[in-house]
Design a protein around this ligand. Structure first.
Ligand code: MEV
Length: 345
């Protein structure tokens, strides 16, 4: 059931393996040639989508080289690229040209590929700044669409790596997790700098609880960095424990024992609280979800605000969602998704 594909050999903490995420092509598997269409003015246009993600284990710890398990979910961002005589970026954040303040990620995508003028429209089902990988999904969908529209010939490894560099540029520090999961889809274990293993897809109910409080990944990662600098031994032992949760979580995921996965996720939530990325509202949503029968409820992503993720039996999803709403959050019931980046027909 597990397949492993490898990234570069730059390990600090775990033994290195061979290369790669493996030269997968980026076009729709049903359509190996680029899927470009004409818009109403007869301009060439390409649409590409990419998923958001949840962390079961390992956010923050993964930035320090520890293992993490994440899964793509059924919420996607779509980038539509049209060749044009002027570069414009249209999203829920506004309409701009290249603009590092309003559209830092998309502007960097356009500039790093050095493509001619384009119009890019971003449509997203993923709440922005919520810890669900909205920026990674926008970056991967945009890079995928530009790659296809301009026949740049980049494979998914190159796109995921470029996406990761763009996230690092904007955020200061970023693990490869968000961009990688958004590229390949599925439930995966990331060992930073070494490998990405595809695990059995999570098959139970997933309920997201959005605090609707914006969270800046850059600030949260910086706060954790400061704490790590002040108390390296304490923080490293917490990160080692989180790494261990990922390690033992794999077998539970493989045998679909989501109750035990949930117990470990609850431990991870406590550790995330300990490193200062919790909030009163996140805790309210976590306890509401658990009290309503969820196997687990924890922060997902950077924390501070953003979202919690709960795993529950399909039968309990409605009760968990309504408990999250009653506690002042916005519940989104979703599922894990096999689909990574996809060019639309
Ligand atoms: C953000 O979704 C997850 C963090 O671990 C940062 C990262 O991995 O880049 C906080």
């Amino acid at each position: 059931m597990r397949t492993t594909f490898f990234l570069r050999k730059v390990d600090q903490k775990h033994p290195a393996s061979d290369d790669l995420l493996s030269g997968q092509n980026v076009t729709n598997p049903q359509h190996p040639t680029p899927n470009r269409n004409h818009d109403k003015d007869d301009n060439m246009t390409t649409t590409c989508s990419a998923p958001g993600k949840i962390y079961l284990f390992g956010e923050h710890a993964v930035v320090y080289g520890n293992r993490a398990i994440a899964s793509a979910i059924d919420l996607r961002t779509t980038a539509t690229v049209t060749e044009s005589n002027k570069t414009t970026i249209v999203s829920s954040l506004g309409t701009t040209g290249i603009d590092y303040a309003v559209h830092p990620y998309i502007s960097r995508c356009i500039e790093s590929l050095a493509v001619p003028a384009v119009s890019i429209r971003i449509d997203s089902e993923i709440p922005v700044g919520s810890g669900l990988g909205s920026s990674a999904a926008a970056v991967i969908a945009t890079l995928g669409a530009l790659n296809c529209e301009f026949d740049l010939g980049m494979d998914s490894t190159a796109l995921a790596e470029l996406g990761h560099r763009i996230e690092q540029d904007v955020q200061g520090a970023a693990s490869p997790t968000d961009t990688l999961v958004s590229t390949v889809g599925g439930t995966v274990m990331i060992t930073p700098g070494v490998s990405t293993s595809r695990l059995r897809l999570i098959e139970c109910g997933i309920v997201i609880g959005d605090t609707e409080e914006f969270s800046s990944t850059k600030e949260l990662v910086e706060n954790v960095r400061i704490l790590h600098e002040r108390y390296p031994a304490v923080m490293n032992s917490i990160f080692d424990t989180i790494d261990h949760l990922s390690e033992i979580g794999v077998a539970m995921i493989e045998r679909r024992d989501y109750q035990s996965v949930g117990e470990l996720m609850n431990i991870d939530h406590g550790l995330l609280d300990a490193i200062g990325v919790g909030s009163a509202k996140l805790s309210r949503l976590v306890y509401a979800a658990r009290d309503a029968g969820a196997w687990s409820a924890k922060i997902t992503g950077a924390g501070g605000g953003g979202c919690i993720v709960a795993l529950a039996s399909d039968a309990d999803v409605a009760a968990v969602a309504s408990a999250i709403n009653d506690a002042g959050g916005h519940a989104i019931a979703t599922k894990a998704s096999r689909d990574g980046m996809m060019i639309a027909d």
